[in-house]
Design a binder for this molecule. Structure first.
Ligand SMILES: Cc1ncc(COP(=O)(O)O)c(C=O)c1O
Length: 397
């Protein structure tokens, strides 16, 4: 008998999700409707931020953030090499330079002491900002990072695509949710199908800064404002009449260069429905992590693994193993489809063009040689988890 395929990640769509989308499709709105505001405010409440802006995808979210923060030609921005390319690309979209800084080999997150070393070697003002990534779902200690950012006058964009529901505990013992923007200027999420909350394509930016929030709203829709108190052209010009005291009802102005990075109402309906199950999904992800951790602890083929960590949101469960290629191919032959996260970003051919080379980020490069993300999604059955574990062990027998 051929076993059914097990992917490394998969969306979970229920009848409630389908009903919510159908309801939205039957409403008057396809693009900008009431579901978007509802999703934004429920998402903001979920992560604990003041504001949330729904956008077309996580990449658009990153781009709007670098635009809103005014990244421009020559700005140097620090990020991790172990991330999806979009994290770095948003700096390039605005003409800035990406400066990679190596990971901590235990957490796979950007190594904060290494950032400090990098900053201390250059005059203040050399760098503009930092984009930490909560890789695999593990929260960055943003309180520590904020202290450094303050010292060097840097902004922080938290790439929390992997970490809705994740958190760290600050020095006062308070839980700090990923994306609550208490320490970061802006945080971003993706709702791609393998993520915790899936809307097809989709993304969210969260912030506590009203000015940035208003800027993001404008940039999301072509740089157009409909707020009369911000209009630049005169009422006479706008109404094409003399002596009018109000702008006409149709009037709007494009004041800055923006994009169409809008989300749609039926996607928001799906997002709201998915958000209702976010906690249940998180609990299941933690259960899966515990099963894996228990199964692989003390196995001679394991170099390191994600393990069980408080506040981890487990978008991915990563093993570092001997003979990773052999394991990957063996599992594939047995219908278990793992993935590698990530090829270090500085070694993507595009970034090699800027002078990055092998040896620049030794921890990230060693990690890449051994890493494999094994199946992790709430809908995986206990039997399939057992199948993953036993096939992995069998490969090394
Ligand atoms: C860490 C990280 N940042 C950014 C993105 C980009 O998100 P999207 O695919 O929604 O554009 C992703 C998604 O794959 C991601 O994993």
């Amino acid at each position: 008998m051929i076993n059914s395929p097990i992917p490394y990640g998969r969306q979970n769509i229920t009848q409630e999700d389908i009903d919510s989308v159908v309801d939205a499709l039957k409403s008057d709105y396809l693009t900008q409707g009431p579901k978007i505001n509802e999703f934004e405010s429920k998402f903001a409440q979920y992560v604990g931020s003041k504001y949330a802006v729904a956008v077309a995808n996580g990449t658009a979210a990153l781009h709007l953030c670098t635009m809103a923060l005014g990244v421009t030609e020559g700005d140097k921005v620090i990020t991790t090499p172990i991330t999806f390319a979009a994290t770095a690309n948003c700096v390039k979209y605005c003409g800035g330079d990406v400066i990679f800084s190596d990971i901590d080999p235990k957490t796979y997150l950007i190594d904060i002491p290494k950032i400090q070393q990098l900053l201390s070697k250059s005059p203040k003002g050399t760098f503009s900002g930092i984009i930490p990534v909560e890789f695999a779902g593990l929260a960055t200690n943003l309180e520590e990072l904020r202290e450094i950012a303050n010292e060097y006058n840097l902004w922080i964009i938290e790439d929390a695509c992997h970490a809705p529901g994740g958190y760290f505990v600050d020095s006062k013992g308070n839980t700090q949710n990923c994306g609550n923007a208490n320490f970061a200027d802006l945080a971003i999420f993706s709702f791609h199908p393998v993520k915790h909350i899936a809307t097809g394509e989709g993304g969210m930016i969260t912030t506590n800064d009203k000015k940035l929030y208003n800027k993001l709203l404008e940039l999301r829709t072509h740089g157009i404002t409909k707020n009369p108190s911000n209009f630049i052209n005169s009422i006479n010009f706008a109404s094409a009449e003399e002596g009018e005291s109000n702008y006409p009802g149709w009037y709007m102005e494009m004041q800055i260069l923006g994009f169409n990075y809008r989300f749609t109402d039926f996607q928001a309906a799906l997002g709201i429905s998915q958000l209702n199950r976010a906690e249940a999904g998180l609990i299941r992800r933690k259960q899966i992590a515990e099963k894996y951790k228990n199964a692989f602890t003390n196995k001679q083929f394991i170099i390191n693994q994600s393990g069980v960590v408080n506040g981890h949101a487990y978008h991915l469960y990563v093993l570092e193993v001997k003979d990773r290629l052999g394991l990957y191919n063996y599992l594939k032959q047995n219908n278990i489809y793992c993935q590698i996260h990530y090829l270090p970003c500085h070694l993507m051919p595009y970034y090699r063009n800027f002078g990055w080379k092998e040896g620049d980020m030794p921890n990230a490069e060693l990690y890449y040689k051994n890493c494999i993300s094994i199946p992790m999604f709430p809908g995986i059955s206990d039997d399939d988890i057992e199948r993953v574990i036993s096939e992995i062990c069998k490969f090394y027998e």
